[in-house]
Unconditional design. Structure first.
Length: 410
């Protein structure tokens, strides 16, 4: 049964990640559609009272006529579609993935003792607390008088994000720092829907049912939070994909890279928002975004801080000690050094590989033990590594790795 646990864990991670990606696509697609629709509304004489604009669209062989009431229609229709479950499902599946990957294996994905010495429990506590506190702090700022000026508010929030990016890089692995910055941002976006936008819309619908005239302030508040979600979407996507690219999360100025990504996301959304609002194509956002991207590429060439590889000075776990005592360990280490070290070294020698993939270094016995689970899954139980078997790992070596990992008895 012990041998099956890593395999079941890998498939569980795959299933949760699949669900997260699927729900995120639905949520982002819906969000982007309504942003484009809202900005593209045409205002003209003769519109019914309360209608601020309308739009004709064609898709799938049919025509659609859409009108927007800024506050609410005079009467509530019988059927009203609410767009909310996409957001909730995305957050729930994302947090589940955080649990399956980072909280289930904090010693590998979350803690780097070369960055900060933390127990697994302390790291998880900091992770959860930062997500919860991040939302409440954001919400309080938005509701304060300071938040009345949305431009001032967004500039201040960007400064806070930069500070958070630096702070996480001083606590977690580089990979976890990026993921947590994305997690807090995604939590803010989903909580905006769950705790602000939908409740405000419910107040409006209840007022209509009771024959009361809805207060326009609820629409303004919801619009502010929707605007924030609009500009945060692209940076969150980058942060969640970044764990595949150590050049982003495992370099000296990774926190600066994360900060610049937020600016790039805003610039790209500025372009599309202007386009959807019929202001035509504007080149400058793309030029500015490209310039920032070149700065990011340059920053990634700075000396690497290889985090997320389990190279800290923490004591070996009981499972790792059993693996080290195995009669197969010496042969497994030799196979890893022979087949894997061309890429998974501080300075890879394989042409075109300038950083160890995912920041994982396998130069020492301790590093092999720290990454035993991944070695088992990637090279023992599957043929994912080496890629295309370019290093010529033999079937006997794969069987040896599998036997070594599975035979972890006391």
């Amino acid at each position: 049964m012990d041998a099956l646990l890593p395999i079941l864990g890998e498939w569980l991670e795959f299933a949760v990640r699949w669900a997260h990606v699927t729900t995120a696509i639905v949520w982002i697609g819906t969000s982007f559609y309504f942003i484009a629709l809202d900005l593209g509304l045409r205002r003209h004489q003769g519109l019914p009272e309360g209608v601020t604009g309308e739009e004709w669209q064609v898709h799938g062989g049919g025509f659609y006529h859409v009108r927007k009431y800024m506050v609410a229609p005079p009467e509530l229709p019988e059927h009203l579609t609410w767009f909310k479950w996409e957001s909730y499902a995305t957050w729930v599946s994302g947090f589940a993935l955080l649990c399956v990957l980072y909280y289930a294996h904090p010693e590998f994905y979350l803690v780097d003792n070369e960055v900060m010495e933390l127990s697994n429990e302390a790291a998880i506590a900091i992770s959860v607390a930062s997500i919860v506190i991040g939302w409440f702090a954001y919400d309080l700022i938005c509701k304060s008088r300071f938040g009345d000026d949305n431009t001032r508010l967004m500039l201040f929030l960007y400064v806070v994000l930069v500070v958070m990016a630096w702070g996480f890089s001083q606590v977690f692995t580089g990979r976890a720092a990026f993921v947590h910055l994305g997690s807090i941002t995604a939590t803010i976006m989903s909580a905006n829907v769950f705790l602000v936008i939908i409740p405000n819309q419910r107040i409006v619908t209840e007022d209509l049912k009771a024959g009361r005239r809805p207060d326009p302030k609820y629409g303004r508040i919801a619009n502010q939070r929707s605007t924030h979600n609009n500009y945060l979407t692209l940076p969150v996507i980058f942060l969640m994909l970044s764990n595949h690219y150590p050049l982003a999360f495992a370099t000296e100025y990774s926190w600066v890279i994360a900060s610049l990504i937020f600016l790039m996301g805003v610039l790209i959304r500025v372009y599309f928002n202007r386009l959807h609002s019929k202001q035509g194509h504007t080149v400058w956002p793309w030029i500015a975004a490209a310039a920032l991207f070149l700065v990011i590429v340059w920053l990634s060439t700075m000396p690497a801080v290889l985090t997320g590889s389990g190279n800290g000075a923490a004591a070996l776990t009981s499972s790792e000690r059993r693996l080290a005592a195995s009669p197969h360990f010496e042969a497994v280490q030799e196979a890893v050094l022979t087949r894997c070290l061309v890429c998974h070294a501080e300075e890879p020698v394989w042409e075109g590989v300038h950083r160890p993939p995912k920041g994982i270094v396998l130069e020492t016995g301790e590093q092999v033990l720290r990454n035993a689970r991944l070695i088992y899954l990637q090279a023992g139980r599957s043929r994912a590594m080496p890629p295309g078997n370019l290093a010529g790992m033999e079937d006997e070596e794969r069987r040896l790795i599998a036997a070594w990992y599975e035979d972890r008895r006391e």
